[in-house]
Ligand binder design. Structure first.
Ligand code: SF4
Ligand code: SF4
Length: 235
């Protein structure tokens, strides 16, 4: 059985590098708006020595306006660029089609327990509703592993060991490994995989797509994570 733990470590290190680079680029973008204001001539009471984007500025400080402008830029114009990149990635996916191997129907993994899915569905979450309409939890992880050993091990190798995972199978998969409701399958099946950083079975025909766009997808994720961080810190 293939061991993916080295690949997982390699991708983690690659993401760290991409994240560092993205953080640098965002800083450069934000610094373009930074006012060249000399704090020594300021009469507003304040003990900030070196203005930084994460400093807590007093109202009316020119650097406070810089923070607001930066956050506006990141959550609007910069976000729009990210959305455009995402669209390009998803457009590339249409060059590939499902090989109908059934692997993603036999084993699906989620951080959500059946109860969490039910709660989300009650709150109107479409994906949770669709999930509950087809997926059934495996009675045990051992059974999931015995039925889909390769994909199960791949998922485990790529997941954080401390993360609690729940394994499911689709009740609509026929004995011939074909979907019994193919024409009426939920959107989540039609759109699978919804992200290029999803871990896929080795038999999945979308692997070629994810491999071709993975680096860009990681860069997008890094930039989205950074925007969320900026929002939390200065929003
Ligand atoms: S509904 Fe059909 S396509 Fe979707 S997971 Fe089930 S068997 Fe697969
Ligand atoms: S694993 Fe990939 S190729 Fe196989 S059924 Fe799912 S989407 Fe299609």
């Amino acid at each position: 059985m293939q061991d993916y733990s080295n690949e997982y470590e390699r991708q983690k290190a690659e993401y760290k590098e991409i994240f560092t680079e993205a953080a640098k680029v965002i800083r450069q973008e934000i610094d373009k708006f930074k006012p060249n204001y000399d704090c020594r001539s300021c009469t507003i009471p304040c003990d900030i020595q070196k203005p930084d984007i994460f400093s807590v500025f007093p109202p009316n400080c020119p650097y406070a306006a810089w923070q607001i402008k930066s956050l506006g830029y990141l959550t609007n114009e910069y976000k729009a660029k990210i959305i455009a990149s995402k669209r390009n990635i998803m457009a590339k996916k249409s060059e590939y089609s499902c090989a109908k191997c059934g692997a993603c129907c036999k084993l699906a993994v989620s951080g959500n327990s059946p109860m969490q899915f039910k709660q989300k569905a009650l709150r109107g979450d479409k994906l949770a509703r669709e999930w509950l309409s087809i997926y059934v939890p495996y009675e045990s992880e051992e059974i999931a592993e015995a039925i889909c050993p390769d994909f199960y091990n791949k998922l485990k190798d790529f997941m954080d060991p401390d993360e609690r995972l729940y394994f499911y199978y689709c009740s609509k998969l026929g004995a011939d490994d074909k979907c019994t409701i193919y024409e009426n399958r939920p959107d989540m099946c039609k759109n699978f995989p919804m992200s290029p950083i999803k871990i896929l079975p080795d038999t999945c025909s979308y692997l070629a797509w994810t491999n071709s766009v993975k680096k860009l997808a990681m860069s997008i994720k890094a930039r989205e994570d950074l925007i969320a961080f900026y929002k939390e810190k200065i929003g």
